[in-house]
Ligand binder design. Structure first.
Ligand code: ATP
Ligand code: MG
Length: 694
């Protein structure tokens, strides 16, 4: 008996490794208490069936060493402690065994550990997949593409010192032997406004600071740069140019070397970095206001931009201060005022950076491309920007949160679908259960003609003088009384909060977010004056000119708006993911201060709620808490029955049946499916486990 008590108290002390084994599985308190116990014992991973829940430890727990990798290699999912390596290994084996494309969907709020998880899983796949000649080359490239993408696409925010400011879906392609032979990255909406503006305590993209800290003096001189970032306008908007957790100088070396490995020529690297340098100088172009005409105060920065981008200085200068207007078939050069010129300068900086980023991703893709055409199957890793709520939320947060909403929908549909499918294929009865489907919120945002994006686009197309406020008025009329929309007219009846006249609020699955519409039209239109495009087309910097092809100037079609582009690419992504077999990692941030060992129950409760973890658990527990393939179950418990010990030579299913009889399971406690045993309540299993330990 002592042994049983001992076993129970171990469970009490460190919690259960799979939430389905919680007795009180409907209680959020019990759920959080289990997370807390495990977190305190540095057990940061816990399963909900096949889903991994991960709590960011904010310290190195030596969880990703080669020895750890060996524990998970080729081992059945539930046979080793919960880990993202188990997920990676399981995906890899399913891909080979079932010949199906796989994807791993990683979600959670900013700072919860998505990017770290995706990198560790990629490393696992690189190390633990089949070796064959020539694959090391591709493995190195896959892994080294990360520091490059992070340098250009990540930044320090209030929430995370290394926050992803773009969405990334990276797939690794394997040949029929299971060796990695290529990869491909899809990138989503970079938060380019960060190039020109950062909130207090935040930085621009890492690469700017890396360049200044890490370039040798010669390179800095070539780029006309000084080492200190504080003196540059674009780099110091957030009054935070140094971050204690970041070594910009060392990171620059890593990025520089990585670029070389991923096939960038010396020339390309220099061109790329000179674009980065040119943007720094562009930020220092300031304008005077002479009446209504903007003039350039100091010619030096423009001169430097022109030299770095290798485009004629007069053309650039004119494009920054004038705009060509076509009236009655005639071209007129109209001067810009000070504000308009500053706006044009910022639009140019954002466009150049954004296009350079896309170019970079394409270039990486070329280097990762599998030239032999013997790709068989893929494992994709999705790492996007997490759900975010700031004091002020704008168009960027609207897009990011919409993306999270779509991902949540995919999660709901796929987990429910796969549960149902499993019951069906195992020949076991399934009763559908009720759950919250956030499709209603996705529709509110993206439905054709009626959704927020459609209304925004319509307003952007309107002749006359549409403004952010006219858009908001239209939106309020069109949406009317929607359970997930709060208009400033009525205020929030639930929270009794009033909204400013430029705000609306969405009740996201993850919580309420109040958006300010200021800037929505502008950011959605994302126009770059033609004069500036023409100037960029003149550039002799090959990277720049390939980002601004002359053909674009002849294109009479109105460019697709930012929100619609984003919506389309997200829906394409969803279609890809729907065809693949998904695994999930749900990341949780334990506290708001990036502190190791601190477990903030309020913050965590909120995430548990919005990640839908209780619901997920409920679905998993709706029928049977525990299920295992017959072989695995028999192997573990065969010693509990004299008919199956030491070996059972009949069909595993029959062996399991004998085991159940000898354990005196009651009929309503379990079911025997086609390939697996299903056990209804954890206590049945605990009794078996305890008997096993006696
Ligand atoms: P965002 O949405 O802002 O991109 P994210 O979910 O990708 O956030 P990460 O960048 O992965 O968050 O993690 C934030 C930081 O937390 C990391 O830089 C690292 O310091 C720490 N961290 C995350 N996961 C782990 C882990 N498994 N072990 C140790 N530290 C971690
Ligand atoms: Mg990230």
């Amino acid at each position: 008996m002592d042994h049983v008590e001992g076993a129970l108290s171990a469970r009490d002390r460190v919690g259960v490794l799979d939430f389905v084994l919680l007795e009180n599985y409907r209680s959020e308190d019990a759920f959080i208490e289990n997370l807390r116990k495990r977190f305190q014992h540095n057990l940061i991973y816990t399963y909900i069936g096949p889903v991994v829940v991960s709590v960011n430890p904010y310290r190195d727990l030596k969880l990703y060493t080669p020895e750890q990798m060996q524990i998970y290699r080729g081992v059945n999912f539930y046979e080793a402690p919960p880990h993202i390596f188990a997920t990676a290994d399981n995906a890899y084996r399913s891909m080979r065994g079932e010949a199906r494309d796989q994807c791993v969907l990683i979600s959670g709020e900013s700072g919860a550990g998505k990017t770290e998880a995706s990198k560790k899983m990629l490393q696992y796949l690189a190390v633990c997949s089949t070796h064959s000649h020539d694959v090391d080359r591709i493995k190195d490239r896959l892994i080294l593409s990360n520091p490059v993408l992070e340098a250009f696409g990540n930044a320090k925010t209030i929430r995370n010192d290394n926050s992803s400011r773009f969405g990334k879906y990276m797939d690794v392609q394997f040949d029929y032997k299971g060796a990695p032979v290529g990869g491909h990255i899809l990138n989503y909406l970079l938060e380019k406004s960060r190039v020109v503006q950062q909130a207090e305590g935040e930085r621009s993209f890492h690469i700017f600071y890396q360049l200044l800290a890490g370039a040798d003096q010669d390179l800095l001189d070539t780029f006309f740069l000084e080492r200190r970032p504080d003196s540059y306008a674009y780099l110091s908007k957030g009054n935070c140019t140094r971050v204690s957790s970041i070594d910009d100088k060392a990171d620059f070396k890593t990025v520089y070397n990585a670029l070389k490995v991923i096939d960038f020529t010396q020339e390309e690297i220099e061109e790329l970095l000179s674009i980065v340098a040119s943007i720094i100088h562009l930020g220092d172009v300031v304008f005077t206001s002479d009446g209504d005409r903007a003039g350039i105060i100091d010619a030096m920065p423009v001169n430097r931009v022109a030299r770095l981008l290798q485009c004629p200085e007069e053309i650039l200068e004119k494009a920054l201060t004038h705009r060509t207007i076509v009236a009655k078939g005639e071209k007129l050069l109209s001067p810009l005022n000070e504000d308009q010129a500053a706006y044009a300068r910022d639009a140019l900086s954002k466009a150049v950076y954004d296009r350079m980023f896309t170019w970079l991703v394409q270039k990486i893709n070329t280097s990762l491309a599998n030239k032999e055409q013997y790709r068989k199957h893929v494992i994709g890793l999705l790492d996007i920007y997490g759900f975010e709520v700031f004091q002020k939320n704008s168009f960027e947060q609207f897009c990011i949160n919409f993306c999270n909403e779509k991902l949540q929908q995919l999660f709901i549909e796929l987990t429910l679908k796969s549960e149902q499918e499993e019951y069906l294929s195992e020949g076991i009865e399934w009763e559908p259960i009720a759950y919250f489907n956030n499709k209603i919120i996705c529709d509110l945002v993206e439905e054709r003609h009626r959704g927020i994006i459609s209304i925004l686009d319509e307003e952007c197309l309107l002749p006359g003088d549409p403004t952010d406020l006219t858009f908001l008025a239209k939106l309020e009329n069109a949406v009317g009384e929607h359970p997930h929309f709060v208009s400033h007219r009525t205020g929030d009846v639930q929270t009794r909060k009033t909204l400013d006249r430029d705000e609306f609020r969405l009740r996201h699955y993850a919580g309420d977010v109040t958006y300010s519409v200021t800037g929505f039209l502008d950011k959605n239109n994302d126009l770059l004056y033609r004069d500036l495009k023409e100037a960029m087309c003149e550039s002799k910097n090959q990277v720049t000119s390939s980002c601004f092809p002359k053909s674009e100037l002849d294109d009479k079609k109105r460019p697709v708006t930012t929100a619609t582009q984003f919506k389309t690419s997200l829906n394409q992504l969803m279609a890809i993911l729907m065809k693949e077999e998904p695994s999930y990692v749900r990341c949780i941030k334990p506290n708001d201060n990036k502190m190791p060992g601190v477990f903030d129950p309020i913050l965590i409760r909120h995430q548990v709620k919005y990640l839908g973890l209780m619901e997920n658990l409920r679905v998993r527990r709706a029928g049977f808490a525990y299920r295992r393939p017959y072989e695995a179950f028999l192997n573990r418990y065969k010693c509990l029955c004299k008919d199956t010990w030491p070996n059972y030579y009949g069909k595993p299913k029959d062996g399991v049946e004998l085991l159940c009889q000898s354990m005196e399971y009651r009929h309503d406690e379990y079911r025997l499916g086609n390939t697996k045993i299903f056990i209804r309540l954890p206590k049945t299993l605990f009794a078996t486990e305890d008997a096993f330990q006696l």
